[in-house]
Design a protein around this ligand. Structure first.
Ligand code: URP
Ligand code: ZN
Ligand code: ZN
Length: 472
């Protein structure tokens, strides 16, 4: 079945032009002015932009964490993502020490394969590094197409690893063609500050932020960057929240060290004062790293604009306020860390970034889609609009206005951290590999239709990906 998208304005990370798009099966087969295609279903995109489907490089769907499990699974999470203009998610697969890596990956396949409504892939957590783990990595990369590895420098006694593990992971990634991702906060110092706070009776949500100051994120970011330089490897720093971390990334990049950084909408739009909301509502805003003082937002926007940070992920990690976040009443350390962002990531960046003149339209596409595709081995199959690529497309009305609310969102949680916020710009229809998932703001997709994506190694030349993946 052919589809012809007419009268829209195509926007990629480099271009913006009026043209029609012909889709044959899963693939874009032609782009041009006034295209004709006999028998094609006509889709009108008048007054709309047509973007490449968003790629969310940072999600935690149905993940056990903080004594509970994230509320959005691969069904509700990917459906909400699609409503928000995202057509690919890369989720974090957790591992257990001494368990075969394949067992963890199989567990993640079992959670996702019958549920995802859009395409998806996995990053793999590395919780230990030894000969056993090293032996398994080539299969993880070559058979599963998992080419990014996540290391936690925080969450002591849960996920945190020591520097030797981080360093050995960087070396292995260099040799095998992987990208190391870090949660960069100094977990040991956090542990000390947390114990001090609790001993002083400081148990409210705001102390989550006070015990994780930005210096701790800056220090860990700098340490990870130095180890990346020493191993001549490559690093992606997830959820960068503050000036101190941006500074370390910039410093490293200036020296030619391959360090990339991601921030998230919550750090660009919300600030530390939200943790002080009364009636324990501050718990809704407990993330790690925490929300910061407002001035950090300008630093983050500037880093996106100047290319010092390359992506905007959601860090989707949703918990209900009632029944999950309230596990931490009377003790902030028991509040599950994370929030529901997957649905509003693209809209927030468009509304707060493009509409307010902080980033260009091309940068917006790069930050929400193209760069993630390139860094994580999906480009150009995903992340752009070109002949031969997957027809993952978002028909986006840049003038539509809506108010974000838990009463209307599609995520499975009972609150939205951006409740009441007015945003401009909205996805109207979303296609995944040529099929509508969202049509005229209505879900028309199907659970299990999302396909698992095996990804290319880090640094694979784009032409060779093209040759392998494009068959029109
Ligand atoms: O608070 C957060 N960020 N929760 C998700 C887990 C993580 O650290 O990314
Ligand atoms: Zn993290
Ligand atoms: Zn995360």
């Amino acid at each position: 079945m052919k589809k012809l998208i007419q009268n829209g304005t195509i926007v990629t990370a480099t271009d913006q032009y009026a043209a029609d798009i012909l889709i044959e099966g899963e693939i874009i087969s032609a782009i041009g002015l006034n295209l004709q295609a006999e028998g094609a279903e006509l889709v009108d995109a008048t007054c709309c932009y047509v973007f490449p489907g968003g790629i969310d490089p940072h999600t935690h769907l149905e993940m056990p964490f903080g004594g509970t499990v994230t509320k959005d699974d691969f069904a509700s999470g990917t459906k909400a993502a699609a409503f928000g203009g995202t057509t690919t998610v890369v989720d974090f697969c957790l591992t257990n020490k001494e368990e075969p890596l394949q067992a963890a990956i199989d567990r993640w396949h079992a959670k996702s394969e019958h549920k995802a409504v859009i395409d998806y892939s996995f990053h793999l957590m590395i919780g230990e590094m030894n000969e056993q783990v090293l032996k398994q990595l080539p299969a993880v990369i070559n058979d599963e197409g998992i080419t990014s590895f996540k290391v936690f420098m925080a969450y002591k006694n849960v996920f945190q690893v020591d520097d030797e593990t981080l360093f050995r992971t960087l070396i292995a990634a260099k040799e095998l063609g992987g990208l190391v991702m870090v949660h960069a906060e100094n977990g040991d110092v956090i542990e000390y500050l947390t114990n001090q706070a609790l001993a002083n009776g400081q148990t409210e949500p705001i102390y989550h932020a006070k015990t994780r100051p930005p210096e701790i994120e800056g220090e860990a970011t700098g340490r990870a960057a130095q180890l990346t330089g020493l191993s001549d490897s490559q690093l992606y720093v997830v959820h960068v929240s503050c000036a101190q971390a941006v500074e370390k990334i910039m410093e490293a990049r200036k020296k030619g060290i391959q360090v990339y950084g991601e921030t998230c909408p919550q750090y660009l739009v919300l600030d530390e004062t939200y943790l002080e909301k009364p009636d324990f509502e501050g718990a809704k805003y407990v993330w790690s790293p925490p929300l910061r003082e407002k001035f950090h937002q300008d630093v983050l926007w500037n880093a996106l604009k100047t290319g010092q940070l390359q992506t905007v992920g959601s860090d989707q990690c949703s918990f209900d306020f009632k029944g999950q976040k309230d596990l931490g009443k009377g003790d902030f350390t028991k509040i599950p860390n994370g929030g529901p962002i997957i649905e509003d990531r693209v809209s927030l960046l468009f509304s707060e970034g493009v509409k307010k003149g902080k980033i260009s339209l091309q940068q917006f596409v790069d930050l929400t889609s193209t760069r993630a595709a390139k860094l994580f081995g999906l480009f150009p199959k995903k992340g752009t609009i070109a002949v031969g690529t997957d027809a993952d497309l978002v028909i986006f009305d840049p003038h539509a206005e809506r108010v974000i609310s838990a009463t209307t969102h599609y995520m499975a949680v009972d609150y939205n951290p951006f409740e009441g916020m007015k945003v401009t710009g909205e996805p109207i229809s979303v296609l995944s590999r040529g099929e509508f998932v969202i049509r005229d703001k209505t879900f028309v997709g199907k659970e299990g239709k999302g396909r698992y994506l095996k990804r290319q190694k880090f640094g694979t030349p784009e032409e060779s990906v093209m040759n392998k993946t494009i068959t029109v």
